[in-house]
Design a protein around this ligand. Structure first.
Ligand SMILES: Cc1ncc(COP(=O)(O)O)c(C=O)c1O
Length: 401
């Protein structure tokens, strides 16, 4: 009996790969470890009391909320979101242009169902979000990586790359971009590049998937228009999330796009989970309806800005400045550091001995690279812990030179 499952596994199951970060995270759960490795919000900024207030909705509307909901999402929350996101989206979208999902991670999987046949190519930033690679890879996709710099994806390289790929018979299904405070690189796509990207998308007939879970967590500078708002032709799907602006335990995200793609994603979602939790959606709605989202967001931003500043200051104080370079992020969760003379995998081992953890750069590249990079999270730890962790990291780096 032992092999009865193995012998019957799908081709997909034979190819599936566990996340390298999850494996790393198990190493770092040791006492005394300072972790810059995860991508988690700080638990002490969760608005527990305000969120709990909304639970009263169960007494008022429990018979409805404890029932199955619609696949499309809880209508009052959709209406709120359409209004709340209008400045970023360029207009108030209608209900059939939006789908509420079980985290924005589900949008990634749904896009796989709707768009990817085995062997298709997705264009991503190099580096990009690891769990996006996994989600698309599970549908059989391959990847073409486009380099990034401080201004986000280097879109000028796209036309040549697309033409070359097409001449080799590669089928490109969409361009996946994390526009604001990218995970892992921390960079934000400039307005000029956003416009160029839309032009390129039109020229080559390749749609864009704009993933934006961090966009509202901006510390400095001005918000930029979404790519969605720059494309009146409807070739952009936008994904957002409550995970970073409220709490990831709500497991609610959304996507906005033209009716045809939203309809397709909705049909696939029916088979995945029938609907996202009506209870969770209603609790979020209660929270938002009372104005807490707008009132609390500045607290989250202030907390993370202070931590970003603590990290910047500690970097300057403790890292060998001629060996490490970075771009100060204007928002989001991560620093992405580059150490031309240091192998990040070796540094990881040394850092773990000193009880500080980060994520090495390589897993964020689909086709190799990142050996000299590290992703460092600053939202989770308190400022004094950040200072101590960077001090240990600086010692580890110095010992390797
Ligand atoms: C770029 C990006 N997209 C999507 C997600 C998924 O977030 P969630 O499913 O919690 O909305 C994350 C989470 O870290 C992310 O970094």
């Amino acid at each position: 009996m032992g092999k009865v499952w193995e012998l019957n596994f799908s081709g997909k199951a034979q190819n599936v790969r566990p996340s390298p970060i999850r494996e790393m995270l198990s190493v770092i759960r040791q006492p005394g470890m300072i972790s810059f490795a995860g991508g988690m919000p700080a638990p002490d900024v969760f608005p527990v009391k305000e969120f709990h207030e909304g639970a009263e909705v169960l007494l008022r509307d429990g018979q409805n909320l404890l029932q199955y909901g619609t696949t499309e999402g809880y209508a009052p929350l959709k209406e709120f979101l359409a209004e709340w996101t209008a400045p970023r989206m360029g207009r108030k979208v209608s209900s059939d242009e939006m789908l509420l999902t079980s985290g924005s991670q589900q949008v990634l999987d749904l896009m796989g169902w709707a768009m990817i046949d085995p062997g298709d190519y997705i264009i991503t930033e190099d580096p990009s979000y690891l769990a996006a690679f996994t989600a698309f890879y599970n549908h059989g996709s391959r990847f073409i990586g486009i380099p990034t710099d401080a201004e986000g994806m280097v879109v000028d390289t796209l036309p040549e790359t697309i033409e070359k790929a097409r001449s080799q018979g590669k089928k490109i299904k969409f361009i996946y971009t994390i526009v604001n405070f990218q995970n892992p690189a921390g960079c934000t796509l400039t307005l000029e590049r956003r416009k160029k990207l839309v032009d390129i998308s039109h020229r080559y007939g390749i749609p864009i998937f704009e993933d934006d879970p961090y966009g509202y967590v901006r510390f400095d500078g001005e918000h930029l228009p979404s790519i969605f708002s720059l494309d009146p032709e409807g070739g952009v799907i936008y994904a957002g999330s409550f995970s970073k602006i409220l709490a990831p335990g709500t497991r609610i995200g959304w996507c906005t796009g033209s009716r045809d793609i939203i309809r397709k994603l909705t049909v696939f979602k029916q088979a995945l989970d029938l609907c996202s939790s009506p209870i969770s959606q209603a609790l979020i709605y209660e929270y938002c309806r009372k104005g807490y989202l707008d009132r609390h967001l500045p607290n989250i931003i202030a907390d993370y800005r202070a931590k970003r500043d603590a990290m910047e200051e500690s970097f300057r104080k403790y890292l060998p400045l001629d060996e490490v370079n970075w771009v100060k992020p204007e928002g989001g969760f991560f620093y992405w550091i580059h150490m031309p003379r240091i192998d990040a995998g070796e540094l990881f081992k040394k850092a773990i001995e000193k009880k500080v953890a980060f994520v090495t750069g390589s897993p964020f590249f689909a086709n190799g690279g990142g050996e000299h990079n590290a992703r460092i999270n600053y939202t989770y730890s308190k400022p004094d812990v950040i200072e101590e962790g960077v001090k240990r990291l600086g010692e580890a780096i110095r010992e390797m030179l």
